[in-house]
Design a protein around this ligand. Structure first.
Ligand code: GLN
Length: 484
């Protein structure tokens, strides 16, 4: 196996036993980038110089016995997390020249372990989308079929991991942006419980929903990444003051007697037949491993997309008010201040971002606030209550991650409603604030990956990692790699 195809934990062993050097690993990853990146287009910025600088520091740490989990491991970062001194664009023209003067907590933790930062990855502008087609730079391609989207919005991070252009990555998930692309690219993506991982320095999209999480080649790596990035952060007022467990301790525990809930409302018409078959087979597999499947109901599921697109756009319209051309980012010439705001925002934001600012501003405006925003908050509570009551009877809930495999570039780009439906199975999880993981569980007839979503209780990451690991270790889906 090539070094770039390996996992964090696989490389950790080789590096610690001095069977390979950090330099060899980094050379291999950049060699891979040189040979596939012009087709995959996973990155906005490639930080080769910075990476080679870190290579020496990482090797020294290993040589002197000071290595941590990620020391010397090439990691990619979604370009909506602030990295001090490194361009951070959110794939938007409004931040095309923004070099943050500070570091996000998560990237600080990663870099603090002397991981090797490979580059900043592409996304839908401000993480709004499900395909990366809303990036103002370029569309990332699915490594399994270059005519298809990788999913989104963390499509760049996911494609980079699947294509071997890095060993692991971090993404953000507001309504599915880690799990849906992980599903479409055949790898593992975990959205932690809201508050588990600090959002400090993550450029805000919808602050009550955004969470950062790991994107990895297997479940053990996801647990390893969680050990590094989770934890209370006084710099994020919504970060939960709870102790982080050792997430890796959950790996390898059997799932005999684990109660898995299958929500009636998630096996819907319009779901791809191959997806449904793969997920049903996966549920059988979990039962073979000793889990007990029971039907549960999440009755307010049908309102999830509408609720999300009221609340997320409301929060976005407020969060994005700061891009006014005054202190940083794009500034367009104008005759006066108001004109400058208008020209800058008209030129700097893309169509989807403008659509959301308008929707959100409308939902929050006086006279409509009660009818839309307040109603949305009330329905959000009903959706959360659905999960609370289902979790009285089961330990985890299992669903498809996405209703279809990867779709073709352009197929949904002109139909926002169709695009919004890509997240039909992931959005409720953010509204409820619970954790969810996507693991590979099969392929469609066209040879495109299918993901299984395992949802847990608040702060129940260990249980979903345990179930995901047991499933993964008894199947071979996660071992397949695209032939690029
Ligand atoms: N696709 C959803 C949206 O467009 C979710 C995006 C995300 O999770 N960042 O809002």
């Amino acid at each position: 196996m090539k070094l770039n195809e390996m996992t964090i934990l696989g490389l950790r062993k080789l590096l610690d036993k001095r069977e390979v050097t950090v330099r060899e690993v980094v050379d291999d990853v950049y060699g891979r980038i040189d040979s596939v990146e012009d087709r995959v287009k996973a990155f906005i910025t490639i930080t080769r110089e910075e990476a080679y600088k870190n290579t020496e520091r990482a090797q020294e740490a290993i040589d002197s016995g000071r290595a941590s989990l990620l020391t010397g491991i090439p990691i990619a970062i979604k370009d909506n997390m602030c990295t001090k001194g490194i361009l951070t664009t959110c794939a938007s023209q409004i931040l095309h020249n923004f070099v943050p003067p500070y570091e996000s907590t998560v990237t600080g933790k990663l870099r603090g372990q002397d991981c090797v930062l490979v580059g900043k990855t592409n996304l839908d502008e401000f993480a709004m989308g499900s395909s990366t087609e809303n990036s103002s730079f370029h569309t990332t391609r699915n490594p399994w079929n270059l005519d298809c989207v990788p999913g989104g919005s963390s499509g760049g991070s996911v494609a980079a991991v699947a294509a071997g252009e890095c060993i692991a990555a971090v993404g953000s998930d507001t309504g599915g942006s880690i799990r849906q692309p992980a599903s479409l690219c055949g790898i593992v993506g975990l959205k932690p419980t809201y508050g588990r991982v600090s959002r400090y320095g993550l450029v805000a999209f919808a602050s009550s929903l955004d969470q950062i999480g790991p994107i990895t080649k297997d479940v053990a790596d996801a647990a390893a990444m969680m050990n590094v990035i989770a934890g209370h952060d006084p710099l994020d007022s919504t970060s939960a003051p709870v102790a982080s467990p050792d997430f890796m301790a959950a790996l390898g525990r059997d799932i005999k007697g684990l109660r898995i809930g299958i929500p009636r409302e998630y096996f819907i018409e319009g779901m791809d037949q191959d997806v449904e078959k793969s997920v049903r087979d996966a549920i059988k597999k979990l039962e073979d491993l000793g889990a007990r499947a029971v039907e549960v109901s999440l009755p307010h599921t049908q309102y999830a997309i509408a609720t999300y697109y009221i609340l997320a756009t409301s929060e976005a319209s407020s969060n994005l008010a700061r891009y006014d051309g005054v202190k940083y980012g794009l500034r367009e010439p104008a005759k006066d201040l108001i004109d400058m705001y208008m020209n800058t925002r008209a030129k700097g934001f893309g169509a989807e971002v403008k659509r959301r600012i308008m929707l959100g501003t409308y939902a929050l405006s006086s006279g409509y606030y009660d009818a839309y925003y307040k109603k949305g908050q009330q329905v959000r509570t009903l959706i959360k209550n659905d999960f609370d009551s289902a979790f009285r009877d089961v330990d985890v809930i299992v669903t498809p991650t996405a209703p279809t495999g990867a779709f073709r570039i352009g197929e949904k780009a002109t139909d926002p409603l169709q695009m919004y439906l890509s997240d039909i199975f992931t959005i409720s999880v953010n509204l409820a604030g619970v954790p969810g993981i996507s693991v590979p569980c099969g392929f469609t007839r066209e040879g495109l990956p299918v993901g299984l979503q395992i949802i847990g209780k608040h702060f129940g990451e260990e249980t979903i990692l345990q179930a995901a690991h047991a499933f993964e270790q008894s199947t071979e889906w996660h071992l397949r790699r695209p032939s690029l």
